[in-house]
Design a protein around this ligand. Structure first.
Ligand SMILES: Cc1ncc(COP(=O)(O)O)c(CN[C@H](C(=O)O)[C@H](C)O)c1O
Length: 343
């Protein structure tokens, strides 16, 4: 069997729990295009209830959910406002242009926060033969930088969007992580947006899939558009069953991942030459910079030699991500390797 890696590259690497595998094996299934898969229907109803929306759709990935939202909210030629360091802009292959034919209007974020006044300044107003329509505002919470956007900021953005009658989509890949950090119900976050994408496959440990939730008529159109994109499911109950456990069980333990990330950050900060902003560690991610003297390829090789998987730096910073398969012992082993590499 392949060696038991400690995998700190991302929370996308999480393996399904034993309970999830049992649920997969015994899942009741049917043809979901015909609406016959009781387990998918159960997941979608549970997700809609938990996210405080009228309806929800089970989709293959977070990118699929984000891009299906843009495709369903917008017309071709619309402009979409988003932070310049959002996943939707950075890491989705330019899909918004390819699939939806929209123009991304990006705003420099302040450590992930897109200032509401900057959003308002870019909303297209009035009839003018030169200008596109602003079709959508996209927010991200928790942000890919590991920080959580304050609720007050989201409320301010929602008020501006409402004033201009523009929908907001939330990339909530880690929205349950954000709710855990804010110590609030996830509905306190989602009430400020029209639609939300939430990943089941990251810290929540489902093997596959995300949820797109929103108003019933929107989800009805999104369901049609999912089929148009080839995302119609057949007996997907085998994947929805672990998704149900992701929502009912794994949402409750995210605080453990956050505590482990804080522990990792504290231990890294104690290593001379390593710079880490511990107050940036809101969820399960630790971003840090290596001292100039350390070659990151040698470091990732030294970690691999100890059975630890980590990505090289991105934008000059390394990222380590905690999840249900990472504990204090594995963190101590990881820190020991990094410590050796930097002395
Ligand atoms: C905020 C956000 N929204 C959407 C997605 C896309 O989810 P998937 O398409 O991978 O399921 C990700 C994945 N993030 C992945 C990671 O963090 O390792 C990589 C970068 O794509 C994300 O972080």
């Amino acid at each position: 069997p392949n060696m038991q890696w400690i995998d700190l590259r991302s929370d996308t690497v999480t393996q399904p729990t034993p309970a999830m595998r049992a649920a997969m094996a015994s899942a009741e299934v049917g043809d979901d295009v015909y609406g016959d898969d009781a387990t998918v229907i159960q997941l979608e109803q549970l997700a809609a209830d938990m996210l405080g929306k009228e309806a929800a759709l089970f989709v293959p990935t977070g990118v699929f959910g984000n891009q299906l939202a843009v495709f369903t909210h917008c017309r071709r030629g619309d402009e979409v406002i988003a932070g310049d360091d959002s996943h939707l802009v950075w890491h989705e292959n330019g899909a918004a242009a390819v699939i939806s034919g929209v123009q991304m209007r990006t705003i420099a974020s302040d450590r992930g926060v897109v200032p509401p006044k900057e959003i308002e300044a870019r909303i297209r107003v009035g009839e003018d033969i030169h200008i596109p329509r602003t079709g959508l505002i996209c927010l991200e919470n928790a942000h890919g930088n590991g920080r959580v956007i304050p609720l007050a900021t989201m409320a301010e953005t929602a008020a501006i969007a409402r004033r201009h009658n523009i929908p907001i989509h939330l990339d909530g890949a880690r929205v349950f992580n954000a709710a855990t950090h804010l110590n609030c119900d996830v509905k306190e976050i989602t009430r400020h947006v029209d639609t939300v994408m939430c990943c089941l496959s990251k810290g929540l440990a489902a093997p596959v899939g995300s949820i797109l939730a929103g108003p019933a008529d929107f989800i009805k159109r999104a369901r049609y558009n999912r089929k148009l994109l080839g995302g119609g499911w057949r007996q997907a109950g085998v994947l929805a069953a672990p998704g149900i456990l992701a929502l009912t069980e794994m949402t409750k333990r995210l605080g453990e991942d956050h505590a482990n990330a804080r522990y990792l950050a504290e231990r890294l900060a104690a290593i001379p030459g390593i710079t880490v902003d511990s107050d940036d560690v809101h969820i399960n991610m630790v971003w840090f910079a290596l001292p100039e003297s350390v070659d990151s390829d040698q470091l990732t090789a030294a970690l691999a030699a100890e059975g630890i998987r980590a990505n090289g730096p991105y934008g000059g910073k390394m990222r380590l991500v905690t999840h249900w398969q990472v504990d204090r012992n594995t963190i101590d082993r990881t820190v020991a390797v990094i410590q050796n590499a930097t002395t």
